[in-house]
Design a binder for this molecule. Structure first.
Ligand code: FAD
Length: 327
């Protein structure tokens, strides 16, 4: 991976850097570009605008690694509030009525919910204990089930991968309205893809956003990219409504061509992109008839998410640093 990416991910935890990025006037427009707002209502407004463009949404309440049980309980309450509030969005209520409030997890691609949520297990209290986090996660799933919605568990740094897969395995018998994310930079991922295929559940495929050692992840971008294509094809063949979350046009093109060649209908998978990135590509894919979902983050704990976005595109940071030091 690039030197600039590693440098940004390594230095973003340093106190003076945090201070500079959080307080600096220069970073504000970029923060605004990637984050839908501080409040749920701002995120709902942004989501409604995206739905009106014919796209789908996954809403993300920013925050990770809760420091206490109380913080995790507060996050769980926010997740539940999000699901309740989503059910009142007119486009969602209409969709629910049209689909007879069907169970959401239809792997044929019919009845895929327009607006779901993405959560993090470390925000459910995984650092405070697996059982504690599982209890919180199950409460969120119960609400989602009642409201015919779906909960995606984001994949965090590699120290959490095994615990996340185990958690999904434990709840999947009780809840078909949940799944997780797999990162193609990890050497272990082909094995995890086979588990997901065996479990017949939806999965989001990403390259991976964390700083990982060469002992667990490919250091070379080319290997991460080719693993993405290989695993993406495997998931298309398996037919468990995969989500290809990437802004990489070459990868998107290759997976589209594969689906066409194998006569896999456009309704049987979706593309996902991040809020504020490649809006043109989101819209052109939707115009071609693909399902496209935009990941919409909100909340005031935006710093770690934001620095991961800077690391993916060091040019963003260089542009800001240049303006900081100009005159
Ligand atoms: C919907 C969604 C959910 C995700 N969930 C997770 C998760 O749970 N766990 C996880 O580890 N990672 C997650 N990621 C992040 C992912 O792992 C990558 O870090 C991120 O998507 C960038 O990789 P890329 O596939 O777009 O390819 P890249 O090769 O990084 O980028 C391809 C092109 O996309 C554009 N681009 C990419 N990033 C940016 C940016 N920040 N600013 C401007 N342009 C950009 C550029 O044009 C770039 O050339 C998610 C990504 C998406 C889209």
């Amino acid at each position: 991976m690039s030197i600039a990416r590693n440098l940004i991910l390594r230095t973003s935890g340093l106190t003076p850097v945090k201070f500079l990025v959080r307080r600096s006037f220069f970073f504000k427009p970029l923060v605004k570009r990637f984050i839908a707002g501080d409040t749920l209502e701002e995120a709902i407004a942004a989501s409604e605008a995206i739905l009106a463009r014919g796209l789908k949404v996954s809403l993300d309440y920013l925050g990770e690694n809760t420091a206490s049980e109380q913080e995790a309980l507060d996050a769980k309450k926010t997740y539940i509030d999000m699901l309740e509030r989503i059910s009142k969005v007119p486009a969602v209520a209409k969709w629910n009525a049209e689909h007879g409030n069907s169970p959401t997890i239809n792997l044929s691609g019919d009845g895929i919910e327009p607006l779901n949520i993405s959560i993090k297990l470390t925000q459910c209290g995984l650092d405070q204990g697996v059982e504690f986090a599982e209890k919180n996660y199950r409460e969120v799933l119960e609400t989602a089930k009642r409201l015919h919605n779906f909960v995606r568990v984001d994949m965090e740094a590699s120290e959490y991968t095994e615990r996340t897969m185990e958690m999904i395995d434990r709840v999947r018998g009780d809840y078909s309205n949940t799944s997780t994310v797999l990162q193609t930079y990890l050497y272990r991922t082909p094995g995890d893809v086979e588990k997901i295929v065996e479990w017949k559940i939806r999965v989001r495929l990403v390259k991976g956003a964390y700083l990982e050692p060469a002992s667990v992840a490919f250091p070379e971008k080319s290997k991460v990219d080719s693993a993405y294509i290989e695993l993406g094809k495997r998931l298309l063949d398996a037919g468990t409504y995969p989500a290809f979350a990437s802004q990489d046009e070459a990868i998107i093109k290759e997976l589209k061509a594969y689906a066409t060649e194998k006569k896999i209908d456009k309704s049987r998978f979706e593309f996902q992109m991040l809020y504020g990135i490649r809006r043109d590509l989101q819209e052109s894919l939707a115009a071609e008839g693909y399902n496209v979902r935009v990941y919409v983050p909100f909340g005031d704990a935006w710093y770690p998410y934001f620095t991961r976005r800077l690391a993916e595109r060091p040019a963003n940071t260089l542009f800001i640093l240049k303006s900081l030091f100009k005159g």
